[in-house]
Design a protein around this ligand. Structure first.
Ligand SMILES: CC(=O)SCCNC(=O)CCNC(=O)[C@H](O)C(C)(C)COP(=O)(O)OP(=O)(O)OC[C@H]1O[C@@H](n2cnc3c(N)ncnc32)[C@H](O)[C@@H]1OP(=O)(O)O
Ligand SMILES: O=CC(=O)O
Ligand SMILES: [Mg+2]
Length: 534
């Protein structure tokens, strides 16, 4: 156990090595403390609003466009002009803030690297502080890494990709840091430290400080972020717009407030992103009590399903009308080692990216450098090399996208195979996460916090509504528990006895059991899992 340490008004419960103290300087901590004092109380109110709103959905209401903000949706306005270096984002690679991955990502054949403190990062104390060290070194361009056993050296190429940092969601706390005996918001922790240590060097490089913000549920939350940005710029006497942000639209309530979110953040926002995996998770979570909107096997829930197609097309239409970029999402496929299997992966990625580019997205995400050339090839067919984006695609002639289009039930079967697959994925993902690894390849797919949420909430929802599987069995707690035992044996065989014995699989199964059989749906699996993280 590390002894608590005091820096200014903050108490630190995680270790403070000399390298960590370069990040947690008294000045950086003073800035973080100001933000916490100024913004944590309002954040708590916003989180309470989420609960109130969910109660209404649970009682039968459906999310929809807000009558009180009609004027914002219907009037003409645009977001601030997009800075030059953010205009061409046709391919963005994403990945956790691991040192080697950061170098590989910045060297990949992409325009942008989204450095992730969120879905793909398990927030151990070491992970989040070393992530800040790594990003500082990346911005300084001094970042290097030598593999401890292979001796392979990693350095940055001359023209690395543009770096955008994604901070943790508003619901998460950073338990290793306390202000007045209370854990502080993880979002402010990530935001403040990244800003403090990087604005100067980025200014010298002629650029701004760029962020992705995740999991917004309302335009009030966007307004909160806007005030955080304005406070920060004024505190450091920087021009408005030094901070630039792309917001993920990855919750069902937020899709009805895209205009309002852009408007609330109009001085700082440059685009919205279709975070499809959290969006699917949010569709399940928001409509948890709606028996007519239960989702089928997750393999069936693809971007060509009408409700997801409407989401992508409305996001593009809304963004382009307002002068903002409309980023696509993640295909979740990763290269296979076998050549034939890899050809199939690349073909699927090509099809997924083709749909996005054809819809009018300005760029897309990839999970692995091995997919960069394929995704780039597709987007280059829609965006010639001398053009930065597809902002000219206004989709004005499209039929109106209605509330009904965004909420339309998704057809498809709930299969026993799908349920068993969800169980095996969830066990393995939770086990990796509580061991400090937030993104893992499982059965040829990239699994992160968002995709794992779909796996576990699907089962919860199938239990809740007594779904019948293709095998004729009805999904109940007892059936889930029987399958959990059976599938754990499969996982045990797949990962091998040594990994099973040295890993935390039993604990992962216990967490999965708790969050799947609970009467009310646990908001995020990372909340109970965080209690088990160092
Ligand atoms: C829903 C969402 O939020 S999506 C966004 C969040 N998710 C992500 O960012 C996913 C990021 N991707 C990853 O973490 C990884 O690709 C994984 C875990 C899925 C697979 O990783 P690995 O098993 O290491 O893949 P693999 O062995 O094929 O890697 C080959 C090389 O590519 C590198 N690599 C793989 N993915 C990435 C990446 N996203 N960024 C940079 N480098 C990468 C590896 O570090 C490795 O480098 P090396 O040869 O120098 O050792
Ligand atoms: O963050 C992205 C997502 O798909 O979720
Ligand atoms: Mg997400």
């Amino acid at each position: 156990m590390t002894e608590p340490a005091q820096i200014g008004d903050m108490t630190f419960l995680g270790k403070l090595s000399p390298a960590y103290q370069e990040i947690l300087t008294p000045e950086a901590v003073a800035f973080l403390t100001e933000l916490v004092r100024e913004f944590q109380p309002r954040l708590e109110q916003l989180l309470a609003e989420r609960v109130k709103r969910q109660t209404a959905f649970d009682e039968g209401q459906l999310p929809g466009f807000l009558p009180e903000t009609k004027e914002i949706r219907e009037s003409d306005w645009k977001v601030s002009p997009i800075p030059q270096d953010l205009q061409d984002r046709r391919i963005e690679i994403t990945g956790p803030v691991d040192r080697k991955m950061i170098i590989n990502a910045l060297n990949a054949n992409v325009k942008v690297f989204m450095a992730d403190f969120e879905d793909s990062q398990s927030p151990t104390w070491e992970g989040v502080i070393e992530g800040q060290i790594n990003l500082r070194d990346a911005n300084l361009r001094t970042i290097e890494y030598t593999h401890p056993t292979l001796g392979k050296k990693y350095t940055l190429k001359d023209d690395p990709a543009l770096l955008i940092a994604r901070v943790r969601g508003l619901h998460l706390l950073e338990k290793h840091v306390q202000h007045q005996q209370q854990s502080i918001p993880a979002s402010l922790f990530d935001f403040a430290l990244y800003f403090f240590h990087n604005w100067q060097v980025r200014k010298q490089q002629g650029t701004g400080v760029y962020y992705y913000i995740p999991k917004l549920q309302s335009h009030h939350e966007a307004a909160w972020w806007s005030d955080v940005f304005k406070y920060t710029e004024s505190r450091f006497q920087l021009p408005e717009g030094t901070i630039r942000v792309t917001a993920l639209i990855e919750t069902l309530p937020a899709v009805f407030e895209m205009n309002e979110i852009l408007f609330a953040l109009r001085e700082h926002i440059v685009g919205l992103n279709c975070g499809r995996w959290d969006y699917i998770f949010s569709y399940i979570k928001t409509l948890r009590n709606h028996a007519d909107r239960v989702l089928p096997d997750r393999q069936k829930v693809t971007m060509d399903q009408p409700f997801l197609s409407a989401y992508s097309r409305l996001l593009i239409k809304t963004c382009h009308r307002r002068g903002a970029l409309a980023m696509g999402g993640m295909a979740a496929l990763i290269p296979a080692k076998n050549e034939m299997a890899n050809a199939r992966v690349l073909q699927k990625v090509r099809e997924d990216k083709d749909l996005e580019a054809r819809n009018g997205h300005d760029g897309t995400w990839i999970a692995h450098p091995g997919l960069a050339d394929t995704a780039l090839d597709v987007f280059n067919q829609f965006i010639p090399e001398d053009k930065p984006n597809q902002l000219h695609v206004l989709r004005d002639d499209d039929p109106e996208i209605t509330e009904g289009d965004l909420l339309v039930p998704c057809p498809g079967e709930c299969s026993e195979r799908g349920m068993r697959n969800n169980i095996r994925v969830a066990i393995q993902y939770i086990e990796a996460w509580i061991n400090g690894n937030g993104c893992v390849p499982i059965y040829g797919l990239m699994e992160d916090a968002a995709t794992a949420e779909i796996a576990r909430t699907s089962i919860w929802q199938w239990i809740r509504h007594g779904r019948k599987l293709d095998s004729g069995k009805t999904v109940t707690v007892a059936l889930f528990r029987e399958m959990l035992q059976e599938e754990s044996l499969v996982v045990r065989q797949e990962v091998g006895e040594v990994h099973w014995e040295t890993g935390k699989f039993e604990l992962a199964m216990k967490i999965l059991d708790e969050i799947t059989t609970s009467e009310s749906l646990v908001d995020f699996l990372t909340l109970p899992a965080y209690n088990h993280l160092n």
